[in-house]
Write a new protein. Structure first.
Length: 65
């Protein structure tokens, strides 16, 4: 059977590794978020409407007699 002190050491080690991982992730996340400047992201370009074309029917109506 495993002694109590070994269990305590393993738990403390696991908690320490988890804290270091969270700290490293938060540093990386904050570094990526703070280095964006307004010039990094171009402003959205307005959508240009399609040129207005005259609608011509594909089939001509039959002539009336």
């Amino acid at each position: 059977m495993v002694d109590g002190w070994i269990t305590a050491v393993v738990l403390i080690f696991g908690i320490a590794v988890a804290l270091v991982g969270v700290f490293a992730y938060l540093r990386m996340f904050n570094r990526n978020e703070t280095h964006h400047s307004p010039t990094d992201i171009p402003p959205p370009t307005p959508v240009k409407p399609a040129p207005a074309e005259e609608v011509v029917p594909a089939v001509k109506p039959p002539r009336e007699s």
